[in-house]
Design a protein around this ligand. Sequence first.
Ligand SMILES: [Mn+2]
Length: 358
Amino acid sequence: MNQSRVTKVLRQMAENNLPQMLVSDPAAIYYLTGKWVHPGERMLALYLTQSGAHKLFLNQLFSVPEELGVEKVWFSDTDDSIGILSRHIEKDSPLGIDKNWPSHFLLRLMAQKGDNAFVNGSAILDRIRSCKDKEERDLMRQSSRLNDLAIERLIKLVPRQLPEKKLAQLLPGIYEELGADGCAFEPIVAYGPNAADPHHGPDNTGLREGDCVILDIGCKKDSYCSDMTRTVFYKYATAHAQKVYDVVLEANKRAIGAVKPGARFCDIDAAARNHIEAAGYGKGFLHRTGHSIGLEVHDFGDVSSVNTDRVQPGMIFSIEPCVVVPGELGIRVEDLVLVTEDGCEVLNRCDKELTIVE
Ligand SMILES: [Mn+2]
């Protein structure tokens, strides 16, 4: 167990009058124990209690180190896992539940422990995880460094004129050569009009001169995710494409310029969105400006017009304004930023000025 993280969680639980909590999200359990368990459909839960008698409930099929620093309660596939869990939960006392715990577990537990007040306990861990500690900041830097190197290699391969799918298929090999632990998500490779779909799945589309090329890629390194987008052009960029590119790049820079402790996420979103709207492309900015990232590509918290939370040092999130023009093109420029004491550190150093590859 990572004692300093567990202590932070217990302190926040106390402030929220929560004596006990079940953590079931594998990423949150990794965050607290340093061990990944991917239980599939089987039950997995870390029980945290102010009494200090924490317990990890897990199926015998999964192995964890002997010295995990927490008592283990094992069960088999034929045991009543919820019945075993419920015997360890304090009666008449509120219980925090993970927001993503499958309802078939929760409903059975509620039926057995009707006297407990069940509350969403995720906000506590989500907020603690949103501010990365020193170790995590270094891991996030390393992951983004590898992603910088990977996208530079991928951009060099664009002139081969491979279909989108074939170019995307080269990425896992690049990550492996660089020492990353694979893709953090399905890479997006989109040419020309396909780039107007923000989540375009790479297909057999071929590359034509004048196409924009969106590359939205991320790797994992030591469990931490990177995520970056660059849009380059093959052979030439039309005057309109250049204009749109300038608008998106400036929106990216303005949003990054707005990142500092105390700023609200919605203000950062506005810094990008207002610029794009003023340029007349507001309808083409289809999504929020960014999302938090860490152990998961989309961690809790986003850079959107409705998030009035204030930014704090240690938070890491993406800045990824876009403009799509259906039938013609899509432009997105995405960097990860780490909030510092007086501004932010941009984790991606790969060039983002308009690039034409030949
Ligand atoms: Mn992203």
